[in-house]
Design a binder for this molecule. Structure first.
Ligand SMILES: Cc1ncc(COP(=O)(O)O)c(C=O)c1O
Length: 447
């Protein structure tokens, strides 16, 4: 293999069969499409190159900076592509939550602008969201930016409709698989691959995977966030299912330790989601007595190495550290619902005004979102730090009443349930979080 440019090495990734002794499916052959073997390290290499390519020459002439709303793989690929073309790259984000990735982006020469905002993808109707304002500025005439616009750019999807999907069909000897399972971030890869597979066989069933409601899996959305993505069309998926961060890590461990695949968390999530979904299908095939074999394909988006701190935080015992105690992750949704005291905005306003003693209001959001708008008198303890304090020692006594606030009231409910369990008699969670507080017109201040 001899190339004039590393971009020629994008695509044509291997399709590798998972040993049935590992997944246990008896009638279904399960294959992993190894997008992690793209040259910049992920499935996003294809989209980044396809989106940036048409504008690079003009951008070089204008001295424009390549810009994208991304905190991960798209930013990584674009930083490298920009560098190759003598351009600067700027990553704009509000969710730079994995430190290794931030450091890697800086190493690649990227400029990182961290903005407050509710979600990295835009809600164009929310004119107050700084990300939306930034997006509007980019669309203005004479912009000094080449904005690749991954959440809305059809060239993101097309990269996979023209490349990833047809490659899968070719490697399956001209046939589409019976099932295709993929995690959903911008929805570009799942939508593009699904389109190509359905052109081959309209009967392909497509499973879209998202992170469980209150969980974070870097690179993909939760079911609530996914509807804000411009490229997301619910009709693409026969079913949408969610995966917890723990399940993603379990899947990642299986791929690494049993299959020789150095997959990251979304590869693990895709494996876990695929096997869970297919187990029921496999049982139906067994009951029908058919001798036919079926085929399923899932995507491994990127590699494990960038996620050591993510794993350390959630499963320290895997990295030789003591296991976590007092963890919200050990609580089931039903336990949170049963044990968390939850207050709506009106009751919270009354409690803050009249409480004897007054509750301490703790805002669990990131510092930038807090700086932009917060409840007057609240203190900011970022979720990750609060998590450490719960285990290491909280800066308030059990007698102190506490109101916890997070973006939408999910994380705060988990902490309220956990602290109640730990013997704090009056810790409450703000229902609907700061978003509900803002929507109710309750006062917020800016620093
Ligand atoms: C690690 C990882 N997995 C999965 C995805 C999902 O891909 P898509 O954006 O095509 O939906 C992404 C996207 O950023 C990602 O970074």
């Amino acid at each position: 293999m001899r190339y004039d440019s590393i971009t020629e090495a994008i695509g044509n990734t291997p399709l590798v069969r998972i040993d049935p002794a590992v997944h246990g499916l008896r009638h279904i052959d399960l294959y992993a499409k190894l997008e992690m073997l793209n040259p910049f390290g992920s499935v996003k290499d294809r989209a980044a190159w396809n989106m940036a390519r048409p504008g690079l020459a003009d951008a070089a002439e204008r001295g424009a900076t390549v810009v994208e709303l991304s905190s991960g793989n798209t930013a990584k690929a674009l930083a490298l592509l920009a560098g190759m073309h003598g351009l600067r790259f700027k990553s704009v984000t509000n969710r730079m939550r994995v430190p290794e990735i931030k450091e890697l982006l800086l190493l690649l020469g990227a400029e990182i602008e961290e903005l407050p905002g509710q979600s990295e993808c835009l809600d164009p109707t929310d004119t107050e969201d700084p990300l939306t304002r930034f997006h509007q500025a980019l669309a203005g005439d004479g912009s000094a930016y080449l904005h690749t616009d991954q959440y809305f750019n059809p060239r993101n999807t097309e990269a996979h409709a023209a490349g990833t999907g047809p490659e899968i069909v070719k490697d399956l000897d001209g046939r589409a698989p019976d099932w295709f399972i993929a995690c959903v971030g911008t929805a570009g890869s799942s939508t593009g691959v699904a389109r190509a597979l359905r052109e081959q066989d309209p009967g392909v069933r497509v499973v879209g995977l998202v992170a469980h409601k209150s969980d974070f899996i870097p690179g993909i959305r939760t079911i609530d966030e996914v509807h804000q993505v411009g490229l997301f069309d619910p009709a693409t998926y026969d079913t949408m299912e969610s995966v917890t961060a723990d399940e993603a890590i379990d899947g990642m461990l299986t791929l690494i330790r049993r299959c020789g695949l150095l997959a990251g968390p979304t590869g693990g999530a895709a494996y876990h989601g695929a096997v869970r979904h297919l187990r029921a299908m496999d049982a139906q095939l067994a009951a029908s007595g058919t001798a036919d074999r079926r085929t399923a394909v899932f995507i491994v988006c990127d590699r494990a190495e960038s996620y050591l701190s993510y794993v350390r935080q959630r499963r320290p015992e895997l990295l030789g550290r003591p296991p976590r105690k007092n963890s919200t992750r050990a609580l089931t949704d039903a336990e949170v619902q049963a044990e968390a005291q939850v207050v709506n905005t009106d009751d919270a306003l009354r409690w803050i005004a009249d409480g004897q003693p007054r509750p301490l209001v703790i805002d669990l959001r990131g510092p930038r979102a807090y700086t932009a708008l917060h409840i007057d008198g609240s203190v900011n303890i970022v979720d990750e730090l609060f998590d450490e304090l719960v285990r290491g020692g909280l800066p308030f006594s059990k007698r102190q009443p506490v109101l916890l606030a997070c973006p939408v009231g999910e994380k705060s409910a988990r902490y309220a349930a956990l602290l109640t369990r730990m013997g704090h008699p009056d810790v409450r969670s703000l229902s609907g979080g700061i978003v509900a507080w803002r929507d109710a017109g309750a006062p917020l201040v800016r620093d």
